[in-house]
Write a protein of this length. Structure first.
Length: 233
C-alpha cells in the first residue's frame, strides 16, 4: 500500500494545496514488517513506479504500479502487485480546505501466491484541513473501502480515519499523523499507526518524500517506511 500519499493516498496526511499545475513521474519504495496479528513475522518490500498530476484548480490524480517481495519466514514470493489509481478534488475555503477523493485497487497481483486479493476494491475518502497559520495546518481524514471478495477469501468492507498536522517551512514540509484502519478479514485486528513524514522540493522540478511509521496495535506493521522521488515533467 504504497502510502500513499502523493495525493491523499500516497502522502499520508501531508497534502497541501498546489499553486500550479504539474505532472510528475514518481519512483518509490515501501517497507513493512510485523506479524499483523497472525503470529508470524512478515516482511513486505515494494518498489513502485507511478504518475501523478496536480492542478491549480484543486484536481489531482495518480496511478501506481508496485512490485511486491513478500517474505513470511518460510518462503519468499515476488511479483507485480495490485495497481492503484486515485482522483481527488481540493477546495480552498478561507482557512478550511475540504477534500473529496476516490481510490480503486485493480486485481493485477497473483492472489494464489498471497500478493493480492484477486478482487477490485473501491475507496471513498474525505479530508478536511484547517490553517492555524499560513505555514501550519491541522488535518483530518476519513475513508470507507468497499472490498471485493475473491475465490479464496471473503473480505469485509472497512473504514479508516486519521488526524495530523502539517508544517511548511520554505521548500520543506513536515507532517505528523495518527491513523486507524479496520481489518478487512472477519475477526481481524484493527491497525493503528503513528507516522512522521518529510518532503522537500529541489530546483523547482524534483521532490523527495519520506515517511516512518510505528505500529500501535497488533493489526499494524511493527515498523513501516517509505521513500519517493518525483520529477516534474
Amino acid at each position: 500500500m504504497p502510502r500513499w500519499l502523493l495525493l491523499m493516498v500516497l502522502g499520508g496526511l501531508s497534502w497541501a494545496p498546489s499553486a500550479f499545475s504539474a505532472l510528475y513521474l514518481d519512483l518509490g519504495w515501501d517497507y513493512r514488517r510485523g506479524d499483523f496479528g497472525t503470529g508470524s513475522q512478515i516482511t513486505l518490500q515494494a518498489p513502485w513506479v507511478g504518475m501523478s498530476r496536480y492542478g491549480s484548480d484543486g484536481w489531482a490524480a495518480s496511478a501506481v504500479i508496485p512490485y511486491f517481495r513478500l517474505d513470511d519466514g518460510q518462503e519468499t514470493v515476488s511479483g507485480i502487485g495490485d495497481v492503484f489509481t486515485s482522483v481527488s478534488r481540493m477546495v480552498a475555503w478561507g482557512r478550511w480546505t475540504p477534500v473529496v477523493g476516490g481510490l480503486v485497487k485493480w486485481p493485477t497481483a497473483n492472489a494464489d501466491t498471497g500478493l493480492g486479493t484477486g478482487a477490485f476494491d473501491a475507496t471513498v475518502q474525505l479530508g478536511l484541513g484547517y490553517a492555524l497559520r499560513s505555514d501550519l495546518r491541522l488535518l483530518g481524514q476519513w475513508g470507507h473501502t468497499f472490498a471485493g471478495d475473491s475465490d479464496q477469501q471473503r473480505y469485509e468492507n472497512y473504514a479508516s480515519h486519521g488526524l495530523g498536522v502539517y508544517h511548511q517551512r520554505g521548500a520543506v514540509g513536515w507532517s505528523l499523523w495518527w491513523n486507524q484502519r479496520d481489518n478487512s478479514i472477519p475477526g481481524g485486528e484493527v491497525a493503528r499507526e503513528l507516522g512522521l513524514g518529510v518532503g522537500r522540493f529541489f530546483a523547482g522540478r524534483w521532490r523527495l518524500q519520506g515517511s516512518l511509521l510505528r505500529g500501535l496495535s497488533d493489526g499494524a506493521a511493527d515498523w513501516s517506511g517509505s521513500a519517493a522521488l518525483s520529477w516534474r515533467l
